[in-house]
Ligand binder design. Sequence first.
Ligand code: SF4
Length: 205
Amino acid sequence: MNIERFNKLKENFKNRNIDVEYFDSLEDVKLYLLDVIPLDCKVGIGHSGTLQKMNITELLIQRGNIVYDKELGKDRNESKAIKKEALLSDWYISGSNAVSVDGRIINVDHSGNRVAAITFGPDKVIIVVGVNKVVDTVKEGINRVKNIASPLNAKRAGYNPPCVELNKCVDCSSKERVCNYLSIVEGQTDGNRMKLCIVNEECGF
Ligand code: SF4
């Protein structure tokens, strides 16, 4: 990502009261997270290939944080209970499906737990996004989450809505629809709550 584009993105998010930091690598983000999150805090994790690649759940648990990551649940009910606990954690770390240079964070969720926690609950939220998910406009962001992220996420999770075969969204009403909740973060009231970390790596999809 060139510096001019990043500066434009940062400025647009600043106008919406969201701070943005740039990192050269996921390793740098990992060190940043371990530095800023206090040891005595409860941390919720939004399911994300980017966060899994960083191994952040295990690292936080190993050093003593209480971590709510649905992947730690032994079955569906336990995972659901963990998702609820994550909504009331002190910190929440999540990936995102798309971030636009015009200053929006765009996500789709199957059950809504991640977009709920990003919107309200945890006092601190950090969104980690690879450069492959940066688009120019919110319209392109919605296009990305529907036609790129959703089919791949559906396939990964073992669901089979039409976009898995077609590699594009057909606005289905399938029982296996994975994009039930579309969220666009347009800004925030408390500028110290949510922070966006852009990583100069391809992360997730
Ligand atoms: S509406 Fe259906 S086809 Fe479109 S992205 Fe969502 S699950 Fe896929």
